[in-house]
Design a protein around this ligand. Structure first.
Ligand SMILES: *[C@@H]1O[C@H](CO)[C@@H](O)[C@H](O)[C@H]1NC(C)=O
Ligand SMILES: *[C@@H]1O[C@H](CO)[C@@H](O)[C@H](O)[C@H]1NC(C)=O
Ligand SMILES: *[C@@H]1O[C@H](CO)[C@@H](O)[C@H](O)[C@H]1NC(C)=O
Length: 548
């Protein structure tokens, strides 16, 4: 109570005090602590009814009761009790609720003793203070709302209202302050988690805690609260892309890097150690690529064949040390390389082909296949060197082999046809196929005599059976179509059949005399010989033989 009443005077008007006359001549004063030296506490001479003029003669003096420092003195001229040394309530009495200095006024001649009680009143000259410069806490990020953390208390040398009265916590997102009043009015406080922590968002939180006393003006002291948020595995790994797309040329060598996948985990330590894997890797995938669990590198481990499979899609997973998993998709599109030559298939062939086939006759069907794609699989087919045949594109990838002109077996009896196929790849691949084609014979040539006509000279009285001459005809056709048979055409010589004069060897064309000739009777005669082939129908030609 006194404290309050005195508070203004510590700063404004010099000072004021009470005194209470005590029984048996003792006096009491109340004085705020920390008054300037020389300040007047009260006129002790007047208060005790002493004669001021005698003070000096009677050697009036103030003695501390218990041999302590001399805090007060007396002005012998005025009888004023004065402050002589600094009066620090906290130094003298600490936390005691009442602080009374016991002094004695001593006078001599005659010896006279008065007890003087000086009640030292507290002023707010101390600020609240925390023992530590900072308070450190380590709190799991998984801590639940409502968790509390004791902060301890601030101390203030002053007492009563001048001691610590309240605490305030800096405005923040996570904590609020709870102040408990303990027995004896002391207050301590604790942090209450009001909003859950997230290490990945904020791992250090600095808060200023301020303690205020109740003085006027009030004083304050602060401490920094340093909260370190500890990791909990509360983050799943996150892939940098929801879908990874990679393009891989077929036939890429082993160990070629296809793509590197990566996931990050906002946690710390083992909570953020990620291992990658194919999720349910099917055999298809694992035969061509592998995924490094540590680095996320996808590399070629098998034969990359576009013709087998042009695209692979696989699920990949990233798993952190404690098993939180997330997934992404990896799509590997293979790109075609011109690694397949065209293949020529002969689907049908009329062999041999008749030599009288009309131009444009279709004699074969050819199919070409190229397993590559797009330009690499676009094939052009042609016939080299040969002018008698051409390829006519028909259905997709099919060509008809057709004749371009009249064939003549007697000129060219068989053909080697080379078909070549080339794709549009870069570089292009090509292949070729040879066909052997025979031309079948038609009996289109009659036998032709070597001479227009034959003459034979023979002397009379020849022997029957002697050779007169021989005829010869050629037929370029094949086998029986070209086999020549000679015969004598029926005619009359001198009224007798020609066959009674000469005969023809059907095979050799040698003409023999059948009888002996008589010059006087027959000087000359003519016979006709036919050369006929064995075709069906047969062809023939005639020649005349003059026998002289
Ligand atoms: C066709 O090829 C065969 C075998 O290679 C060869 O014996 C024949 O003489 C060739 N014919 C032609 C007309 O080139
Ligand atoms: C001879 O020609 C005929 C058609 O005039 C033909 O049918 C036959 O097959 C040919 N004979 C031979 C052996 O080529
Ligand atoms: C050859 O003579 C025979 C008999 O006179 C006749 O039938 C045939 O047509 C003749 N052939 C030719 C090519 O003149």
């Amino acid at each position: 109570m006194e404290n309050k009443r005195f508070a203004p005077f510590a700063y404004g008007v010099a000072f004021l005090f009470f005194f209470i006359r005590t029984i048996e001549g003792d006096v009491s004063y109340s004085v705020p602590e920390e008054m300037k030296r020389g300040s007047v506490i009260g006129n002790i001479a007047k208060d005790l009814g002493l004669n001021v003029g005698q003070l000096s003669a009677r050697k009036a003096r103030i003695d501390p009761e218990d041999d302590n420092v001399q805090l007060c003195g007396i002005n012998l001229n005025t009888g004023d009790l004065l402050v002589q040394e600094r009066i620090d309530r906290e130094g003298l009495c600490g936390k005691k609720a009442s602080c009374v200095l016991k002094q004695e006024l001593v006078l001599e001649n005659p010896l006279e003793l008065h007890r003087v009680s000086i009640r030292v009143l507290d002023i707010n000259d101390n600020s609240p203070q925390f023992y530590d410069d900072s308070l450190k806490f380590e709190i799991q990020e998984s801590a639940v709302k409502g968790a509390h953390f004791l902060l301890g208390e601030a101390h203030d040398g002053d007492i009563g209202e001048n001691a610590v009265q309240s605490y305030a916590l800096q405005q923040n997102d996570h904590f609020k302050l709870n102040v408990n009043t303990k027995m004896g009015g002391r207050k301590n406080c604790e942090l209450i988690l009001d909003n859950e922590l997230d290490r990945e968002n904020k791992k250090d939180i600095m808060l200023l805690l301020t303690a205020y006393d109740g003085g006027s003006p009030r004083r304050s002291g602060t401490v920094v609260i340093h909260v370190t948020v500890l990791d909990a595995n509360d983050n799943v790994p996150v892939f940098s892309q929801p879908v990874y797309k990679a393009s891989l040329p077929e036939n890429s060598p082993l160990d070629t890097l296809v793509v590197t996948v990566s996931a990050s985990d906002a946690d710390e330590g083992i909570n953020s150690e990620i291992s990658y894997a194919f999720d349910h890797a099917s055999d298809d995938h694992s035969k061509i690529v592998s995924l490094n669990p540590k680095t996320g590198e996808v590399r070629v481990t098998g034969v990359v064949d576009y013709e087998k499979m042009s695209s692979y899609e696989m699920q990949i997973s990233a798993r952190d040390g404690l098993g939180l998993v997330s997934y992404s998709t990896l799509i590997v599109d293979l790109t075609d390389v011109n690694d397949n030559a065209p293949v020529i298939n002969l689907k049908s062939l009329s062999n041999p082909i008749s030599e009288n086939a009309s131009p444009g006759t279709e004699l074969g069907l050819i199919n070409v296949q190229d397993r590559d794609s797009e330009k690499n699989g676009l094939v052009h087919c042609s016939i080299q060197q040969n002018v008698h045949f051409k390829l006519v594109p028909s259905l997709k990838n099919y060509y008809s082999l057709v004749t371009t002109g009249q064939l003549d077996r007697e000129l060219v009896s068989d053909y080697n046809i080379t078909i070549s196929a080339t794709d549009e790849g870069s570089p292009p691949l090509s292949s070729s196929k040879s066909l052997h084609l025979s031309v079948a014979d038609i009996n289109d040539n009659p036998p032709v005599f070597e001479e227009q006509s034959y003459s034979a000279y023979v002397s009379e009285n020849n022997k029957a059976g002697s050779t007169l001459c021989s005829v010869s005809a050629r037929d370029p056709d094949w086998r029986q179509n070209g086999t020549v048979i000679y015969s004598l055409l029926p005619s009359e010589v001198n009224g007798a059949p020609a066959s009674s004069y000469v005969s023809v060897n059907g095979d050799t064309g040698v003409i023999h005399a059948v009888r002996s000739f008589d010059y006087e009777h027959l000087r000359s005669f003519q016979v006709h010989v036919m050369a006929r082939d064995n075709g069906s129908p047969p062809l023939s030609s005639n020649v005349s033989i003059s026998v002289f």
